[in-house]
Design a protein around this ligand. Sequence first.
Ligand code: NAD
Length: 264
Amino acid sequence: MSDIMKGKRGLVMGVANDHSIAWGIAKTLADHGAELAFTYQGEAFGRRTKPLADSVGSNLLLPCDVEDIDSVDAVFAKLKEEWGTIDFLVHAIGFSDKSELKGKYADTTRDNFSRTMVISCFSFTEITKRAAELMPNGGSIITLTYGGSTKVMPNYNVMGVAKAALESSVRYLAADYGEQDIRVNAISAGPVRTLAGSGVSDARLMFNYQKRNAPLHRTVSLEEIGGTGLYLLSDLSGGVTGEIHFVDSGYNIMSMPRLEELKT
Ligand code: NAD
C-alpha cells in the first residue's frame, strides 16, 4: 500500500456495516495512510461501526442523523475542535421508504418525496457547506449516486429523481467551491448488495441482470469502488471536479441487453 493519503484527514459518513460502500472507501483510504473520522445513524449502526472504526485506528466516531441539522452541526463543531481542518469528505447516505421503491414512480407520496430529497440529496449540500468551512487549504468531497438518475430503472422510482438532483448538486457545488480549490465529484456505482441496495424491490434480479449484461460480465467490488474513492479524494485527481464517475463494470454504455440474453 502507498502513503498517498499520509497526512490527510477526513470524515466518512454512511457506514452501516462492513458491506457498506462507505466502508469499502474508508478501508482503502486507511490502507493508504488516511486518518479517519466516522459518523453513524442511531445506536444500532453505532455498535456495528465501532469495531470497524477501531480496526483502522479511528477514535472519532460521532452520531449524526441528517434529518436533524443540530446533529450535523455538532459533528463539524467536534471536528473543528479535534482537528481544526479536514482534507476530504465521503457522503454515502441515501434513504427512501421501502414501500415506494416498487411499483410506479407516479404513486410517490409528497411526504416520502420530500424526505427522500432531504436525506439523499439536500444533506449533501448542507454537509459540503460545513465541510468547506474546515478546508482552508482546499480539499476533495465525494458522494455516491446510481445510474437510475438518468435512465429509468424498475422500482428505483423517487430515488432516481433524488439521484438526478444529487448529480446536479455535484456540478453546482463544484462551481461554488472551485475558487477555494475544493473539488466535488460523485461515484456512480453499479449495484452492490448492501442494506440500502436491498431496499429496492427485486434488487436481486437487477443485480443479476447487470452482471450478465455489463461489458465486464460482473458486478463491482467494494475494493473497486474504494479505489476510485482513493483516486477522487487524493491529489491523483487534481484538476477533476464536477464529475460523475461510473464504477459499474461499464453497464451504463450499453443501449440494449446482450444478444445472448435476447436469444434465451
Ligand atoms: P448502506 O445501507 O450500507 O448505507 C446507507 C447509509 O445511509 C447508512 O449508513 C445509513 O445509516 C445512512 N443514512 C440513511 N438515512 C440517514 C439519515 N437520516 N442520517 C444519516 N445517515 C443516514 O448502503 P450503501 O449501498 O452503501 O449506500 C451508500 C450510498 O451509495 C447511498 O447513497 C446509495 O444510494 C449509494 N449507492 C448504492 C448502490 C448499491 O447498489 N448499493 C449503488 C449506487 C449508489
